[in-house]
Each structure stands twice: as structure tokens, then as C-alpha cells.
Design a protein around this ligand. Structure first.
Ligand SMILES: [Zn+2]
Length: 423
């Protein structure tokens, strides 16, 4: 009996030590049921799928009027000892899995073809890698891997990247993945297909195509690219990078620092993602290298944000976290170094911003889960496709994690919906 009392006292003490019950209010019961296939997208809803292939970033967005957007189609050729196993498996290339994912969700919605493919920057884990064993595309002009695999499977109406048409700023990269992407963009231009350079500040470049009626307005805002950042007012922007002529070549902006950032707004909901933008300044030595900070200030606060650069050490600093202060963090991860412990510390820190939040990752390696166990155990999910599903008008948010071991889209996790209020 005494033992039981002590057990009760300990339990009560543990409960009192917990933070106040999460103010996650269940809205109308979610239609998503664990163990069943994901319900298809419906007009008026905004679906943001963080696809988990274990080989790079790929985010498939169904906008409320049926306009579709794929942000990146990563296909890294990383050695398996530093990455999770490819998902669903290695029988297809990651870009094929991504293309099939987008195609089947479009098909279920009664749509076909991808309206926009946006490449945040030209790196293998965002646009794909190729080698001499990669198959050659039907037209013969380039090899298949990442975005080229996607374009081989479904019609891409507009390709947008940071470098078109000359890809000269700040410098070209002498590597197969770079040359292959440029050959792909060149072949599209030759064929009369749309390729555009990302226009910072614009809210019209990724525009509503109106495939389905949707009474509520949404906006995709171009926030940053090539060191140029939206001011937050109108279509204004400012440049952060110094003139290259004034910098030693070793300090020239990196491909990551040139990444594209966007903000999606829909009623009470907003979303920010920025490829591999970083905030690290070499401890203040090169302040202009913090592009993520100004981009986050222009875009935030938001409901959902990605941990950019996969939650690596140089992604989120305290100011970025304070500016974005999201209800939900999504970490696009698959490599042994994703995420970094201090990045997790900041995402969870109620000193940086108060209130509840969820942290989900696409895939975290076992070694990383063990190394960062103090914080990874607080994550809502660390394995599977992460879907952010937003109700018409942005009035509530449903998180769904689906199984990435096959193409059945079986729901693994569907916590109660989160009601969203203005501001
Ligand atoms: Zn990356």
C-alpha cells in the first residue's frame, strides 16, 4: 500500500512537472484514420506533402484551386552508410518515386501535369544527381535523376529556378549534376516549354491556375534568391551580397546561400520554406551570409516552417526561430547529420518563443536518434511522408504522417486538428 502511495505521489509529481496541457483543440473530427489510406485532396484545401525518399528534399503542394507545385526533387547518390535506406526501396530512382507520388495524388484529384516545378538551388539533394549509369532521357539530351526523372513522368508546365537563363551567378559548378540540369533547362527552352528565373518579391509568378473553384484567396510569395530578399512590402526587395569583385573567391556566396525561399499564405495559415538557406555568419565575420534571417523576418511569423538546410548546424539561429515562431516545424532529413542538436534545442525553445509546437522529420537515422535522444524523443514523428493539410480558408490544420515503405499512402499518425486564429 505504502508502495502504491509512493507510486501515486511520484506520478502526480511527474504530471505537475509537465508543461500545461497542450492547447491543441480538436476541430471537427479528422477524416484521416490511422491504418487507412489518405483521403484525396479536395477543392478549397491546401495540401503540402513533404515526401520522404531518404535521398533529398521534395515538397509537393496542391494549392486550393488545384494548382500544383513541386519544390525540389532531390536524388542524392550518397553512400548508404551516411543515409537512411532509400524509400520505398532501391528498385526505382528517388526522382521516379517523387514523380509517381505527385502523379497519383494529381490523378486522385482528377488532375494531370504539374503546373510548377521550383528548384530552390542546384544541388543533388534538391535537383538530383547523375552518373554514367543513369539512363538517358527519351529526347537524348540529358540523363535521368531528380527533376529530370519527374519531368519524364509527368508534364511540367513551368520550370522555375534561381539561375535561368545563363546560370552565371555567382559561378557555374563543374559537376555532372550541374551540367545535366542545365542541359535539361536548355532542352526545355528548345522545345518551347516554359523556364523562368525566380523573381524575388513577386506574388504573381507562381499564380493560381484555377483548375477548380475555390472561394478563398491564396498567395505564393517569392521571398528570396541569390542573396536578394523581399522587403515585406509590395514587391520590393533588397540585395544582401556584396559585389563579387570586392570578395576573395573563397568567400563568394555558396549555392546554399543563393537558395530560393517562398511563403504560402492562405487565410489564417502560412508556410515558409527556404531550401538550404543558412543564417551562419562564421560567428559574425561575414554578416551578409545570413540570408535566412532577413528572409524569415520578411515572411514570419508563420504557422508551419521547414528547418532549412535539413536542420544542419548553420540553418536556424535564434533570430530566425523568433521571427518564424511556427506552430509546426518540419525537418526535411535523411542524412546522419540531420538534424543537429542545437537546431532541435532552438526549435523546442520556449525562451525563443512561447507556446506549444510540434516537430516532425521526414526520416532520421537511428544513429542520430540515439545521439540526440534528449530532444528527438520529443518529436511527433521521425519517419514517413509529412503532410500538412489545411482546411478551406485556412481555418484549421491537420498533420498527417503516411507510410513511405510502399505507395499505399497509409496513414500512420493523425493527431487532432489544430484550430487557427487570425494573426
Ligand atoms: Zn540540401
Amino acid at each position: 500500500m505504502a508502495q502504491l502511495d509512493q507510486h501515486r505521489r511520484l506520478l502526480l509529481a511527474a504530471l505537475l512537472a509537465l508543461p500545461a496541457a497542450r492547447p491543441v483543440r480538436a476541430a471537427a473530427a479528422s477524416s484521416e484514420r490511422v491504418g487507412e489510406p489518405l483521403a484525396p485532396w479536395l477543392p478549397g484545401w491546401l495540401d503540402i506533402h513533404h515526401i520522404a525518399t531518404g535521398r533529398g528534399n521534395a515538397t509537393f503542394v496542391m494549392l486550393p484551386d488545384g494548382t500544383s507545385l513541386l519544390v525540389d526533387a532531390g536524388a542524392s547518390l550518397n553512400a548508404p552508410d551516411v543515409s537512411v535506406a532509400p524509400r520505398p526501396d532501391a528498385s526505382r530512382r528517388p526522382g521516379e518515386w517523387i514523380g509517381r507520388y505527385a502523379a497519383r495524388h494529381l490523378r486522385r484529384a482528377g488532375l494531370d501535369g504539374l503546373d510548377y516545378l521550383l528548384a530552390t538551388h542546384l544541388h543533388p539533394d534538391h535537383t538530383g544527381d547523375v552518373n554514367e549509369s543513369s539512363p538517358i532521357a527519351a529526347g537524348g539530351a540529358y540523363r535521368l535523376g531528380g527533376v529530370t526523372d519527374v519531368a519524364e513522368q509527368l508534364r511540367v508546365r513551368t520550370l522555375i529556378d534561381r539561375g535561368y537563363p545563363d546560370y552565371a551567378y555567382p559561378q557555374r559548378i563543374d559537376a555532372p549534376f550541374w551540367r545535366n540540369y542545365l542541359a535539361f533547362a536548355g532542352a526545355r527552352r528548345k522545345a518551347g516549354l516554359a523556364v523562368e528565373r525566380f523573381r524575388v518579391g513577386s506574388a504573381a509568378q507562381i499564380a493560381a491556375r484555377g483548375h477548380r473553384p475555390s472561394p478563398h484567396r491564396f498567395e505564393v510569395r517569392n521571398v528570396a534568391a541569390n542573396g536578394e530578399v523581399w522587403t515585406g512590402e509590395g514587391e520590393g526587395s533588397r540585395k544582401l551580397f556584396p559585389d563579387l569583385a570586392t570578395l576573395p573567391r573563397a568567400d563568394w556566396p555558396s549555392e546554399n546561400q543563393c537558395s530560393v525561399a517562398i511563403r504560402i499564405g492562405y487565410g489564417n495559415f502560412s508556410y515558409f520554406t527556404a531550401g538550404d538557406l543558412t543564417s551562419y555568419t562564421n560567428d559574425g565575420v561575414l554578416p551578409w551570409q545570413d540570408v535566412l534571417g532577413p528572409a524569415a523576418r520578411a515572411a514570419g511569423p508563420v504557422t508551419v516552417a521547414t528547418a532549412d538546410h535539413h536542420g544542419m548546424f548553420d540553418g536556424l539561429n535564434g533570430d530566425v526561430v523568433r521571427s518564424l515562431r511556427p506552430r509546426v516545424w518540419v525537418i526535411p532529413s535523411w542524412h546522419i547529420a540531420h538534424p543537429d542538436m542545437l537546431q532541435l534545442e532552438r526549435m523546442f525553445s520556449e525562451r525563443l518563443y512561447p507556446g506549444p509546437r510540434e516537430v516532425l522529420a521526414t526520416t532520421v537515422m537511428r544513429e542520430n536518434l540515439l545521439a540526440n535522444g534528449r530532444l528527438t524523443r520529443r518529436m511527433l514523428s521521425h519517419d514517413g511522408h509529412v503532410l500538412v493539410r489545411v482546411a478551406p480558408g485556412g481555418e484549421r490544420l491537420q498533420l498527417v504522417v503516411t507510410d513511405n515503405r510502399n505507395e499505399q499512402d497509409i496513414v500512420r499518425l493523425a493527431p487532432p486538428a489544430i484550430l487557427l486564429t487570425p494573426g
